[in-house]
Design a protein around this ligand. Sequence first.
Ligand code: DAH
Length: 358
Amino acid sequence: MEQLTELRDTIVAEVTSASGLAALDEIRVSALGKKGRITALMKGLGSMDPEARKEAGQSLNALKEEIAQKIESRKISLESLEIESRINSERVDVSLPVRPESEGTLHPISQTIEEIVAIFGPMGFEVAEGPDIEDDFHNFTALNFPPDHPAREMHDTFFIPPQEDGARHLLRTHTSPVQIRVMQEHKPPIRILAPGRAYRCDYDITHTPMFHQVEGLVIDKSTHMGHLKGCLIEFANAYFEVDDPPVRFRPSYFPFTEPSAEMDIGCSRNNGELKIGAGADWLEILGCGMVHPSVIKACGLDPDVYQGFAFGMGVERVAMLKYGIPDLRTFFESDLRWLKHYGFSALDVPSLVGGLSP
Ligand code: DAH
């Protein structure tokens, strides 16, 4: 009995001072395992006479249970100590900024389209879309390009092999076909903005075979050239973030507008540095005009009732001018250093510091 009390005290002392879960498990094995100290005593019961065995058996069982319980409760407290020390040593600082490596950027094309939409949106323009693969009618015929008009060649079109019925599809050479689709589907008043891709067989410092345009179209009963000029001047103010930059509308030619114009913005070039909004030079920023009556007619509307204006601008071009990007081809080379340099934080709303006039 005395021996048992001594063993108990030893094991309890061991359990209490166990430094960790692994050490505690070793103590458990050495006391209650197959070759453990208490197990060894249990094994000795068989050789005792029945009276002594009964008494010793009860004490041993009680000891076994007590030790098992002590181990269990020590285990629980060691576990919570371990968790606590992990919490202390592995604390996550949620206030730290995210790692810059994982941050992507918004491509200047996406940013510029968002800026343009943000400017025309409050003027009542809705975004419209059309397919990249167009048919001859929407890309040329309905836009008043006669069958042998040289402008068709001018466009360096990517044609798709003709279908069985002879229909000739192509990669749209401009976003103007969206005008046709909108006029065919919606009754005026119409005010749309159609950003999207366009394709031409061209490749140099200012041309890539795929590029982006934003098309604008307004059709109503009393739309006139003054509306066109007002909208586009407002756009130039807000987009280039300069107050009342000099602009001029230079007569031009497009088959789908009459009269047609090109809008230029005043600029200066000093030692290769381009400054927009002042100076003696002019930079072309977009094409525009009053929608040709033949186009309105081709869409099933009466040109004696409805008229309107349209404009089209190259997204890369206006992005290059605003953000000082010298080579158009770099937009599509997916060079991460370029994207980091010219890209925008995805969390920023379009930056229009100059803003719209109230
Ligand atoms: N589609 C013309 C082009 O790609 C751009 C353009 C000019 C669109 C005048 C228009 C416009 O809507 O009125 O060069």
